[in-house]
Design a binder for this molecule. Structure first.
Ligand SMILES: Nc1ncnc2c1ncn2[C@@H]1O[C@H](COP(=O)(O)OP(=O)(O)OP(=O)(O)O)[C@@H](O)[C@H]1O
Length: 821
């Protein structure tokens, strides 16, 4: 850097002040005294560096002020003196700037630099073979070609032409004091060394070394000053840059609404009146058994009832039996009851017919609560395929006479032009109802007969595509219950079909001046709600909020707080049905909510001691294990034939429809006293029969239900106290739904799982969250307890085994077509 000369003002002599400024400028090295050559060997005897006398400030060395040659030399000398080696890189850089013409002027230093320059091979053309041999470059003996961090020296250094050894350098290293000619002759050694260096480089490149900062800085410096030249090495092929799939986010990258849910304290209750329900409606609700709002309802109702704030969609992940149904039915019916005319305002989509019927009851109960206060009775319909399609059409769609003189004229004109009258008949054929003639100056339009349609997805799609006049234009509510199941199995692309037809222009806002105008409200619910965004995205949610019960994290599913879980080891899998009979007869299956009645065992009217004494010696092989309070002596008495007096209720899950039917029959054969109390629920059972069975169970006429997973979701059997997993469920989700049929709505309940040896590990690890590698996402208040059942040593008495074999033989005969005898 140079000080700028400021000439004195015209006519004025140069002042001493201006001279001083010149001397004391920041780049003091630009003073008239040049820096003498640095020679450490002569430091002591060297003449003192002349310094500006007038200005004793610190001298700042600014290398830019040195001519390039001096700068390079000075740096090299310093490096040599300090390290005993020459920094090849800097030398090379310096050389690259230096003209070859200078070689003669600066023979000592430019000798090496010229070699470096020459070493640059021409750029290899595409497809051209690599040079057969790597150009020789002599590496100073002992000089490490590896960076301090173990990284090999830069590639170009390894492949450059070897340069003649410099005498100067050789002097500094004794091992290099060989005759130059000898070194040159030892070409093979050099080649070996280069090969090893090259190998190191290759390795280092493949290992993607962590290049140290100084190397990086040097490389960068070089890049800036030199054009990029390929040194005989093609760039290594690099993998395609990874494009992240944003649609499938992991739990760590959940969007805010999923990552920060609204948390509800389990067990909290609040009066409905405090949540915006009128006292009159609250009274009606109380008369229906809904005195106070449950925890999940206290959180969801304020989000769904009309509010001056802009509201969005709501996703609810709350345990089984926590009251999710009422949390959406109540605000939805409240909203729709304000409408003046019947239009299809709400769709509730559910996976099974049984659930459709169950939710219909809840809707009817709430509809009654809002008739008072001038509300209109909300009309509720179902579409689930349990009737012929036409019949269903006639239930949900009807005709409406609309005053429209112009339309009437068009209608008459059309009638006149109709040659083929069969056309109109064909139109009638499409509908489940006959179309009438319009009144004078009126037209007939198809319109919905219901405000709320509760449906299965398949049937909904059928109506959308096949029922004339079936329109979603006025739909204000879309409820998807058991959402994880419905989203995972996109029946007939129902979701796209529905969302594509929902009106985006604030449907029905005209009819609902006081309610929020955010368009369609979507409410998505499940006890095992998915956090899979790729599934949730299909719902096209708007400003969603997630409601969860406190204590659960993303991806976790809580069990009802009052659920107790037990596991029973089946020591003899071939006799598993006998274990089940014993469990049903044991006092383990006592009534947990009402106290033990008749010792609480299904099918027993005697106490344990009585039954023990009455048991034959063959059968009296109980499993004595009093370690656990529940592990009392199980009864293994033969099937009693007396009528039971018990009030306890049991739902037994099997792995398939066939298994449920078989077990149900086998139980009846093994325990004839239970036979009249046993019902079966499978997907192959007719819907009406299923409904009858569920009704009989609710009335206490049936006590034992044997079912497939069909009823594991959503079914509300309020008086159910025990769930038995005869077959271990296939997934955590399935376990949560199955055991969640009991301990509902603040009641106690028990879940029993029969474990064969081969299933035990998976159960304890995946469901109970115990043992090595426990990975369960199930959150529970307690733990799963082990209960021993069956005879000591796992062997049932001969009598019982014979009984069992006889029952099996009979079952086989029935299955083979003999029918029941
Ligand atoms: N506020 C309330 N007061 C009294 N009982 C209620 C209340 N809310 C709901 N219930 C009852 O609680 C039971 C369980 O409710 P619901 O079926 O809605 O549970 P859920 O959370 O949907 O369970 P699942 O996930 O198994 O479908 C039902 O019998 C219902 O009538």
């Amino acid at each position: 850097m140079y000080n700028r000369y400021i000439p004195p003002p015209k006519g004025k002599p140069e002042s001493s002040h201006s001279q001083a400024t010149l001397a004391s400028g920041p780049a003091s090295f630009s003073q008239s005294q040049p820096l003498p050559r640095y020679n450490p060997g002569q430091t002591s005897s060297a003449e003192p560096i002349p310094r500006p006398q007038a200005q004793p400030q610190r001298i700042v060395f600014d290398d830019a002020d040195l001519p390039p040659v001096d700068h390079a030399r000075r740096q090299r000398i310093i490096d040599e003196e300090l390290t005993g080696t020459i920094d090849d890189k800097k030398a090379k850089k310096s050389k690259s700037k230096k003209s070859k013409d200078d070689e003669k002027l600066e023979p000592e230093e430019d000798d090496e630099e010229s070699q470096l320059t020459e070493s640059k091979p021409r750029k290899r053309k595409r497809g051209e073979e690599k040079p057969a041999a790597i150009p020789k470059k002599e590496t100073p003996e002992g000089a490490d070609t590896t960076a301090p961090n173990g990284v090999a020296a830069p590639v170009d250094a390894a492949v450059k032409e070897p340069k003649p050894k410099r005498e100067k350098k050789k002097k500094s290293k004794p091992e290099d004091s060989l005759d130059m000619n000898m070194v040159d002759d030892d070409a093979e050694n050099i080649r070996k060394r280069h090969r090893s260096v090259f190998d190191k480089v290759q390795k280092a490149l493949h290992a993607k070394p962590d290049v140290d900062a100084s190397t990086e800085a040097a490389d960068q410096e070089e890049d800036e000053t030199e054009p990029v030249v390929e040194y005989g090495l093609e760039p290594l092929p690099q993998p395609e840059p990874v494009v992240l799939d944003e649609s499938k986010l992991t739990y760590e990258t959940l969007p805010l609404w999923l990552a920060s849910p609204i948390k509800v304290t389990a067990g909290m209750v609040r009066p409905f009146t405090e949540l915006g329900i009128s006292p009159e409606s609250s009274k009606v609700l109380e008369s229906k058994g809904f005195k106070d709002a449950f925890a999940v309802q206290t959180a969801v109702l304020p989000l769904l009832l009309p509010s001056p704030d802009r509201q969005g969609d709501v996703v609810v992940a709350a345990p089984t039996g926590s009251g999710k149904t009422l949390s959406y039915v109540l605000p939805m019916v409240h909203d729709i009851s304000k409408g003046r005319v019947t239009r299809l305002r709400a769709l509730i989509v559910l996976p099974t017919r049984d659930l459709v019927q169950q939710v219909q009851l809840a809707c009817e109960a709430c509809a009654a609560a809002f008739v008072i206060n001038g509300g209109r009775r909300v009309k509720v319909g179902t579409a689930m395929g349990n009737r012929v399609f036409k019949e269903e059409q006639s239930v949900i769609m009807g005709e409406e006479q609309i005053y429209d003189p112009e339309g009437y004229e068009q209608y008459l004109a059309k009638q006149d032009s109709l040659v083929d009258l069969e056309d109109s008949d064909a139109e009638n054929d499409e509908l489940g109802f006959e179309r009438h003639q319009p009144l004078p100056y009126h037209v007939i339009a198809c319109s919905s007969k219901v405000d709320v349609l509760i449906c299965t997805p398949g049937r909904l799609v059928e109506h959308i595509t096949k029922t004339p006049g079936f329109s979603l234009d006025y739909v204000r509510w879309l409820i998807v219950d058991e959402a994880d199941k419905l989203l995972a199995q996109d029946f007939q692309q129902w979701l796209d079909t529905v969302t594509g037809r929902l009106s985006v222009v604030k449907p029905g806002a005209r009819d609902f001046p006081r309610s929020n105008k955010s368009g369609v409200r979507k409410v998505i619910l499940s006890a095992t709600m998915t956090r899979d965004l790729s599934l949730l995205n299909g719902l096209k949610l708007s400003r969603p909020k997630l409601v969860v019960v406190e204590g659960t994290k993303a991806g976790e599913q809580s069990l009802p707080p009052l659920l107790s879980e037990f596991a029973i080891k089946i020591r003899e899998p071939s006799l598993k049905p006998l274990y089940l009979v014993d469990l049903l007869r044991s006092k383990h299956l006592a009534s947990v909510n009402q106290g033990i009645v008749d010792e609480g065992s299904v099918g027993s009217e005697t106490s344990d001691s009585e039954s023990d004494s009455s048991a034959s010696s063959d059968d009296d092989d109980d499993d004595d294990d009093d370690a656990h309070p529940q592990q009392s002596k199980p009864k293994t008495s033969p099937a009693a034939t007396k009528q039971p007096k018990t009030t306890t209720t049991v739902l037994i899950f099997t792995k398939s429809n066939e298994a449920a039917l078989r077990l149900s029959r086998l139980l009846a054969l093994l325990a004839p006293d239970l036979a009249p109390l046993i019902g079966t629920l499978t997907s192959s059972t007719k819907t009406s029969r299923r409904a009858r069975t569920l009704r009989a169970f609710a009335q206490g006429k049936l006590r034992v239900l044997v079912a497939s997973d069909l009823v594991s979701r959503g079914i509300d059997l309020l008086n159910l106290e025990h769930v038995v997993n005869y077959d271990v469920p296939i997934s955590e989700t399935s376990y949560v739904h199955r055991v969640g049929r009991t301990a509902r709505a603040g009641r106690k309940g028990c879940a029993w799982t029969l474990l064969e040896h081969a299933e035990a590990r998976r159960f304890w690890r995946d469901f109970a969250g115990e043992g090595k590698g426990a990975i369960t996402s199930i959150v529970r208040a307690g733990t799963v307890e082990r209960v021993r059942l069956g005879p000591e040593g796992g062997e049932f008495g001969e009598g019982r085994v014979r009984e069992y074999e006889a029952a099996l033989e009979r079952l086989r005969g029935e299955a083979l077509g003999g029918g029941r005898r």
